[in-house]
Design a protein around this ligand. Structure first.
Ligand SMILES: Cc1cc2nc3c(=O)[nH]c(=O)nc-3n(C[C@H](O)[C@H](O)[C@H](O)COP(=O)(O)O)c2cc1C
Length: 161
């Protein structure tokens, strides 16, 4: 069983989550390719596709949106799951945060089976506006490897050969 994990990430937080997902899948006995969208070719070799996107101003990262739009038809033929990464506080651990509107629409278009929101990460020295201003109050790392592991294990259990 082979999985693709791809992601849209500007500052590395979501890329790190994608790596956790890929590593956890390997621990579950899967082969897992973790690739940025531009390096992904055909999806036909994969039994599972997971797409993660950072949230910026209530929208999924552009690279994640583009990937899904480009592969919309193929994704309908694959078990597909999405994750978002964003909240710079404990909220993603406390409750289930539904997908933003644009992500929900992409889920409907691709028949994606599930979605989760994980906490985000913002370095204290984040560059650019408004990231540097947000970082003054909200810098930190709210990614939770245990939650990632639980989510990945539930997918591995759902997608049986
Ligand atoms: C300018 C800016 C806008 C953001 N907007 C949102 C948002 O709308 N919702 C959210 O949950 N998190 C938001 N965040 C937090 C990011 O999603 C979080 O830092 C995430 O981990 C970034 O992922 P990346 O490191 O992969 O780029 C925002 C962060 C910045 C700097």
């Amino acid at each position: 069983m082979r999985a693709l994990v791809t992601f849209g990430s500007s500052r590395g937080g979501t890329e790190g989550l994608a790596k956790m997902v890929a590593d956890d899948l390997r621990d579950e006995g899967w082969e897992a390719d973790m690739l940025p969208p531009r390096q992904v070719g055909e999806l036909s070799d994969y039994d599972l596709v997971i797409v993660g996107g950072a949230l910026y101003a209530f929208r999924w990262h552009r690279a994640a949106r583009r990937f899904v739009r480009r592969h919309k038809t193929e994704l309908r033929q694959h078990p597909t799951y999405f994750f978002s990464s964003g909240p710079l506080d404990d909220s993603a651990r406390q409750k289930d945060i539904p997908p933003v509107k644009g992500v929900k629409k992409l889920m409907d278009q691709t028949g994606a089976r599930g979605h989760v929101t994980f906490g985000g990460m913002l370095p204290p020295d984040a560059k650019g506006y408004p990231a540097s201003v947000i970082a003054r109050k909200s810098a930190g790392d709210w990614r939770d490897p245990e939650r990632v592991r639980d989510w990945t294990a539930s997918i591995a259990a759902e997608v049986q050969p």
